[in-house]
Design a protein. Sequence first.
Length: 81
Amino acid sequence: MKAAEARRLAETHTSSALSEAAEALGEEKAPAFEVQGEDDGERLTHVLLALRIRSRMDDGESARDAFRHVMAGVRDVLTNG
């Protein structure tokens, strides 16, 4: 997982576009825009994280703060997993 890719996607695409990309990847189809990643699983992870970040941005949080909050949650899951 590359956090920078999730952030890039969140900053450049709408929530609806990210949802459509997640649905396409889940159905093993190509999304409407480029998503970097080693395989469809990693690309889906990037899109889902971007969707969480974008949601917080849509609620008024800055991109920087939204990114930090979502990534802190990821780190917490990984360390307590």
